[in-house]
Every structure is written in structure tokens, then in C-alpha cells.
Design a protein. Structure first.
Length: 159
């Protein structure tokens, strides 16, 4: 899935990426190694500490990790017009309905959305579409063979 995310992100060297619900840096670190400046946000402080350790071990030096409520951090970034080129998010099963309008306020050209729930993904895409984003691609990924669960990787682009 990491290679799919990197492929959909396109040429990223020199860009600024906001990785929401970043966990321990699963996507942040490969993006940083590819030449981006990554800001990862995650509510779980232990995960953020691990992300920083993992980034250091991987030599991903241009990373910054913030422990905090994703909605609150995103609201702060949107108010201050934080300059990001790409937003990546991998929210919990409940999705990102609360965060989606703030994502649009950032005005990024691309949003990469990794989802484990097709229903909440569809709901959030509708919110982002109403804010000027269109669905460029959607790729299902069978991360849980022999179950009904599916991951989806979606690329949304600003109209």
C-alpha cells in the first residue's frame, strides 16, 4: 500500500505533506525519504514518539510529528493558511467527516485518503466534492484476505 500511495502522490520531492492520523509514520517516513517535508499528526502520544524514533532510524530527517487531536490541529493550520502541497489521511473506521471541511480550507491540490470503511469514505468524498474536489482515482486493496474488510486508497484533486 505504501508504494501505491507514493505512486498516486506523484513527484513529491521538495513538497510539503500533511499526514493526518499518521500513527507511527507508516506513510510519513517513505514520503520524507522521497524528499518531502512531512508534518504528521496523531492523537496517540506513544505513536508519535514511535514515529519520531522510526523516522530517525530510517534517516527521514525532514519530519515533524505533532501529538494532538487531528481536528484541533487541522483547525489551527487552516486558520493560518499553512502551506501544504498534499494532505494524506488514514482515519479510523469512523472516517473524517469532522475534518473534511477543514481539509478543503487548506486549499491543497491533492488529497490522498486511505480508508478501511467504504461507507464513511463515500460520505467524506461527498463533503470534499462539495468543497471543490473531484475523485481522480480509487483503488481497493485487499489487506484482509478471506474477510469482508477492504482498504481503499483514493486520490482527490482540487477542481
Amino acid at each position: 500500500m505504501i508504494s501505491l500511495v507514493l505512486a498516486l502522490a506523484g513527484p513529491v520531492a521538495g513538497s510539503r505533506v500533511l499526514d493526518l492520523f499518521c500513527g507511527m509514520g507508516n506513510f510519513s517516513i517513505p514520503l520524507a525519504i522521497a524528499g518531502t517535508r512531512v508534518t504528521g499528526v496523531e492523537w496517540n502520544r506513544e505513536s508519535i514518539a514511535r514515529a519520531a524514533i522510526n523516522a530517525g532510524a530510517a534517516g527521514a530527517t525532514d519530519t515533524r510529528f505533532i501529538a494532538g487531536d487531528v481536528f484541533s490541529v487541522l483547525r489551527r493550520f487552516s486558520r493560518h493558511q499553512a502551506p501544504f502541497d498534499l494532505v494524506l489521511l488514514d482515519p479510523p473506521r469512523s472516517g473524517a467527516a469532522r475534518e473534511a471541511p477543514l481539509l478543503a480550507d487548506l486549499g491543497v491540490k491533492k488529497i490522498l485518503y486511505v480508508s478501511c470503511d467504504p461507507a464513511t469514505l463515500a460520505r467524506d468524498i461527498v463533503i470534499l466534492a462539495a468543497k471543490g474536489y473531484s475523485l481522480a482515482s480509487i483503488t481497493p486493496v485487499d489487506m484482509f484476505p478471506q474477510t469482508h474488510h477492504i482498504e481503499s486508497v483514493v486520490l482527490l484533486e482540487k477542481n
